[in-house]
Structure formats: C-alpha cells, structure tokens
Design a protein around this ligand. Structure first.
Ligand code: AMP
Length: 213
C-alpha cells in the first residue's frame, strides 16, 4: 500500500498517518519530521533547511526529493509507505512519479484531508506533541491530565518552533500557492479521494480506513 496524505498544515495528516502506520504496519514518511531531526542533529541538510522552516517557507525540492528517494529505498518500505507532507510542489510530485516508475512502484491512494483555514490557525497554535511517543495534544480540545506531561507514556510535551501565529499564516499561504496545485496533479487519477478533516479525529480515521480497505 503506497499512500499519499495531502492537506493543509494542521488538517491532521501527521496524526492520521501515525494511526494508519500502526494499523496497517507500513511506515509513515514525514518530510517535516525528517527535516526537524536533521535540524536537531545539525547536519548539512538541517542547516540548509532551517531558514525556510523557521519562516514557514518550503525547503528546496532537491533536498526533500533526495530525502524521500533514499527513504523509500529502505527495507521497511518494501510493503508500502505513507507519504505525509510530501509532495508539496508540482515539481516534487513529478520527481516522485519518476522515482516510483524507475522502481516499478505506483501510488495506490492519494487522500486529501480538507480543512477550514481559520480553524487551522487555532488548531496549530494550541497544539503540542509528546517528544517520546508522538501523541498530539491541544490546549482546548485535548488537554493532558497533568500540564506538559503525556497521558500515554509520561513523556514531555513539546511545541514546534514554527507553530506560532505569524509562521502558521505564512505556511497556510505557501500551502495555497504551492501545494494546492499538487491536488490537480492527482485529481484525475482514479486513486484520488478527499475526506473532511474538520470532523472528529476518530471519524476521519474511520473514513480513511474505509477508503484503504
Ligand atoms: P510539516 O511538519 O509537514 O508541517 O513541515 C514542517 C516544515 O518543513 C514546512 O513548513 C517546510 O518548511 C518543511 N517541509 C516539510 N516537508 C516539505 C516538503 N515536502 N517540501 C518542502 N518543505 C518541506
């Protein structure tokens, strides 16, 4: 199962990708997570990516295409993968088409998780994530029992540096300008579906599973 999860920042791609990965036993490939890890580790890629990430802009296509090309070649992707946050430009989508064709692979599902822009700003600026297990929280909709501590594993909750309002608005603008056109790249293929990301997380997950079968 090779799946692309699309949608604006905050639509729930990461959360849903994590649940699909657990349920279907295929890895979640989040370019955002991989880039944050590279920034934290201080690698060359991390240094190049940091400026764009801090401002809410996009990291260059060659960097993210290179990361994904390496990652889908790893053994755990043999049974499939979930692309979360990639492709984000039409050029990335075309590079992905080429790299899959070269390996005799194809995308089975492209699912767009749709959401309302204003709701996304409040969703993103209120969120935090467990540094240990990745569980997501929100100041209003999903408070942890003890402030700053994960209910599931006791890990510390962290907030992303780019989840402040100014950067979020820029990320949303970038999404509309550069990433929304990627939907048209896939819309006419039989594998494209859209799911309403404003519904409850569990409802969205049920709908995704119904599509994936
Ligand atoms: P995310 O965690 O998916 O919201 O990504 C966080 C940040 O990483 C984005 O705002 C971009 O700066 C960068 N990023 C992640 N994926 C990509 C991509 N496919 N192309 C370019 N930049 C990306």
């Amino acid at each position: 199962m090779n799946l692309i999860l699309m949608g604006p920042p905050g639509a729930g791609k990461g959360t849903q990708a994590r649940r699909i990965a657990e349920t279907y036993g295929v890895p979640q490939l989040s370019t955002g997570d991989m880039l944050r890890a590279a920034v934290k580790a201080g690698t060359e890629v991390g240094k190049k990516a940091k400026v764009a990430m801090d401002s809410g802009g996009l990291v260059t296509d060659d960097i993210v295409v290179g990361i994904i090309a390496d990652r889908i070649g790893e053994a755990d992707c043999a049974q499939g993968f979930i692309l979360d946050g990639f492709p984000r430009t039409v050029a990335q989508a075309k590079s992905l088409d080429a790299m899959l064709a070269e390996r005799g692979l194809k995308i089975d599902h492209v699912i767009d998780i749709t959401a309302d822009t204003e709701a996304l700003v409040s969703r993103i600026t209120g969120r935090s994530t467990c540094a240990k297990c990745g569980e997501g929280y929100h100041v209003e909709h999903k408070k942890p029992a003890a402030a700053g501590v994960c209910d599931k594993c006791g890990g510390t909750l962290t907030t992303r540096a780019d989840d402040n309002e100014e950067t979020v608005r820029n990320r949303l603008a970038v999404y509309h300008q550069q990433t929304a056109p990627v939907i048209d790249h896939y819309r006419h293929g039989g594998q494209f579906r859209a799911v309403d990301g404003m519904e409850q997380m569990d409802t969205v997950f049920t709908k995704l599973c119904a599509i994936l079968g």
